[in-house]
Design a protein around this ligand. Structure first.
Ligand code: IMP
Length: 494
């Protein structure tokens, strides 16, 4: 069996594999699983089969290993070439994936970037909080650039909706926080939508189809208006893109109208995602689970409370899709060659000098959703090790190495100094992390353009040494190296 699978692998040129007949692909996946089993000494495939899940699909989780904005959009785009079904599993339109392909630059917020690949199927999983107005706009914008979502994009009926009142509450709450306790949210209603979900008052996508949907919208507006009246908003004038706000109050009739229109547009996309994903696995389809934000913004493992309200980490991929942990074959961690953060919260390697400004300029570090400038700093090995552990990262997708092409010297943080002690593990408390001082190693810059490189062997020796040291500090293996924004500027080793 193994020999046959190896033959299949040998005769399929990279990139053409997605087009090979399904049976061959199943053999290839079985071979990959056998090699992984030998390599890692465990038998994930057998466990999956014993638990009733077929052993033929190859399932990958892609997560962000820092504070988001690691360049996942591009990596998803690259990994999509070898996947059949792409599932987004958490977050909402707070995320913004920028994908540059065939000369077109597109920012996707909710729709997985797999939609840009012909023949791929995309699912917005149950763990996502989906703003139906944003999604309808995104589908329309894709259509205008020649990408049709019908029949290729599906929305899990269990996913929760971010309603316009969640945006209102997000903005009002952020405005009321004092300096120092602000989270710096994207104002997209993410926290309040997840709060409704866990307090069991949320509206799920499947509810759009129910006859009492307009009544539930009215209830949501009434409750929100009551909360807004009880908040000490003073002179603060709330403004919510997409609807009218008068005297800091929403209009129920207007929202019922908005949601009637939007639910007509979106209801053809809503499905029960569980049989859909089971069928995909039974047919040997490869599933790519795409995370938004990053490990350090995880509600449990991030720099709480300066975090988002979901689990971007690998565990969240299973909860947010319904794919069992034993059906996962590999975890790819996306990590930038330096570090950035948007919003408030501790960031030990943050730079406030010219180096920080150069990273921001050369890396075009402005939020894809909010346009806010990102805070920039050196690579943080403590963050990387922590992310590897929490997510079980097998391979790194290292991005934006080319941004460092011009630097004389580059620093890598290998540990922190906290209250006079050296620590190598991530502190659990944000207050402690704020007191941590980075301990750096300095490496020489390579002062050469790297973005045209197509092979690891062509990397300047100093760039190679930097990459090797990063991987050594972080653990796991290098699987993908990205040296420019275009799809073509990528060296794929997995
Ligand atoms: P929220 O997700 O809008 O509630 O924002 C919570 C925190 O997560 C803020 O610091 C945001 O700046 C940050 N955040 C949310 N989404 C992203 C993202 O896609 N990239 C980077 N930071 C994000």
């Amino acid at each position: 069996m193994r020999a046959l699978a190896q033959d299949v692998f040998r005769y399929c040129a990279p990139g053409t594999f997605a087009k090979t007949p399904r049976r061959l692909k199943q053999w290839y996946n079985i071979w990959l699983k056998i090699s992984r089993r030998e390599q890692h000494g465990h038998d994930c495939g057998r466990h999956a089969a014993e638990h009733g899940f077929p052993d033929t699909s190859m399932n990958t989780i892609l997560i962000g290993a820092q504070w988001g904005d690691e360049g996942k959009g591009k990596i998803v785009d690259v990994l999509t070439a070898g996947a059949d079904v792409i599932v987004r599993y958490q977050g909402g339109s707070n995320a913004g994936h920028t994908v540059i392909a065939e000369g077109k630059r597109r920012v996707l917020r909710l729709v997985p970037s797999g939609i840009l690949h012909e023949g791929k199927v995309c699912l917005i999983g149950n763990g996502v909080v989906m703003n139906p107005c944003d999604l309808a706009d995104e589908i329309e914008a894709l259509r205008a650039t020649g990408v049709e979502c019908s029949g290729r994009l599906f929305i899990a009926s269990r996913s929760h909706m971010v309603m316009l009142w969640h945006r209102a509450l997000d903005m009002a709450d952020e405005a009321m926080r004092s300096q120092g306790s602000k989270i710096g949210t994207t104002g997209r209603g993410i926290g309040p939508a997840y709060a409704s979900k866990v307090s069991r008052t949320g509206l799920r996508c499947g509810d759009m189809l129910a006859p009492d949907f307009p009544d539930r919208v009215r209830e949501g507006v009434a409750e929100t208006n009551r909360i807004l009246r009880s908040m000490p908003l003073g002179d603060f004038r709330l403004s919510v893109p997409g609807c009218t706000v008068r005297d800091n109050q929403l209009d129920a009739d207007e929202l019922v109208g908005i949601y009637e229109t939007v639910s007509r547009k979106l209801s053809p996309f809503v499905i029960d995602s569980i049989p859909f994903l089971r069928k995909a696995q039974e047919d040997g389809r490869d599933i790519l689970l795409e995370g938004a934000q990053g490990t350090m913004l995880d509600i449990d493992f991030g720099t709480y409370p300066f975090v988002t309200s979901s689990n971007p980490t690998a565990g969240g991929a299973c909860v947010g899709s319904g794919i069992p942990p034993r059906a996962i074959d590999r975890v790819v961690g996306c990590i930038k060659a330096y570090t950035t953060r948007v919003g408030e919260g501790p960031f030990p390697t943050e730079l406030f000098d010219d180096d920080g400004r150069r990273l921001a300029e050369r890396g075009h570090e402005f939020g894809a959703v909010t346009g806010r400038p990102r805070r920039c700093g050196w690579f943080d090995g403590v963050v990387a090790r922590y992310a590897r552990q929490i997510n079980g990262i097998d391979y790194w997708a290292l991005t934006k190495l080319d941004v460092l092409d011009d630097f004389d010297e580059i620093k890598i943080c290998t540990a922190y100094e906290l209250d006079g002690r050296t620590i190598e593990d991530m502190p659990a408390s944000a207050a402690e992390l704020a007191r941590c001082r980075p301990i750096y190693e300095t490496m020489p810059g390579w002062k050469e353009k790297t973005s045209d490189i197509t092979d690891m062997a062509q990397l300047p020796p100093k760039a190679r040494a930097y990459v090797e040291r990063l991987v050594e500090v972080a653990g796991a293996k290098l699987g993908i190296l990205s040296i420019g924004p275009a799809r073509e500027s990528t060296i794929v080793m997995i």
